[in-house]
Design a protein around this ligand. Structure first.
Ligand code: B4P
Length: 197
């Protein structure tokens, strides 16, 4: 079982790595970005409210995110563990998560921070924008997302390192090498990872 948070700037590979690790550890990959994009695609009430913030590279207001996460973490498949990708994204979301986990009698074991230089992040997201047509992967919005990350999300590095929960991993390597580093960090899944490969 593992309960992990993946932190890092936009384009650091949180989604890419969380997907692989969740499969190896047989736990759900819970991505707030994916959940929001699926609400936007389905034109739900939440999606309609979130879309303009996402298109501008701003964080979606906490009020919308917190209800969505409470509901997701209460689902049966999340009882045995999870990887949170893109949440929490600011200190108030992290404080909410603390209270929610206490209520649910759960503990997050590790917070993994993926480190990648800005120029590499911009190049990755521009390339994804060309391939996948994601509306927020254009240069202007990418720059805004990086600013928002620095102002609102980067303070979580201190928040979690003061509690000795944080581990930093070099995300500026091939996908395979980053996965290998991450597997070392979450040792308890090693046996299952080896069996899958
Ligand atoms: P997210 O969906 O979380 O998007 P992201 O940070 O850009 O993605 P990630 O870091 O997961 O990068 P990925 O693996 O895809 O958020 C989008 C928006 O949703 C936010 O701007 C915000 O508006 C909103 N939102 C989400 N969560 C929120 C919250 N909690 N509160 C408020 N608002 C919220 O990798 C990027 C690219 O790099 C991919 O193309 C990938 O193939 C490539 N790549 C990955 N690893 C690589 C490697 N090692 N080498 C080369 N390329 C690599």
């Amino acid at each position: 079982m593992a309960r992990l948070i993946f932190l890092g700037p936009p384009g650091a590979g949180k989604g890419t790595q969380a997907h692989k690790l969740a499969e190896l550890c047989e736990i759900p990959h819970i991505s707030t970005g994916d959940m929001l994009r699926s609400n936007v695609a389905g034109q739900t009430d939440l999606g309609q409210k979130a879309q303009a913030f996402m298109d501008r590279g701003e964080l979606v207001p906490d009020g919308l995110i917190l209800d969505m996460m409470r509901a997701r973490l209460s689902q049966a498949d999340a009882k045995a563990g999870w990887i949170l990708d893109g949440f929490p994204r600011n200190v108030s979301q992290a404080s909410f998560l603390d209270l929610l986990l206490e209520e649910m009698d759960q503990v997050c074991e590790r917070v993994v921070n993926l480190d990648v230089p800005d120029e590499v992040l911009v190049a990755r997201m521009l390339s994804r924008g060309l391939k996948e047509g994601r509306k927020d992967d254009n240069e202007e919005t990418i720059r805004r997302r990086l600013e928002v990350y620095r102002q609102q999300t980067a303070p979580l590095i201190d928040f979690y390192s003061e509690r000795l929960q944080l581990v930093s991993v070099n995300g500026n390597l091939s996908v395979e090498l980053v996965t290998a580093e991450l597997k070392q960090v979450i040792g308890s899944c090693d046996a299952r990872s080896a069996a899958v490969e």
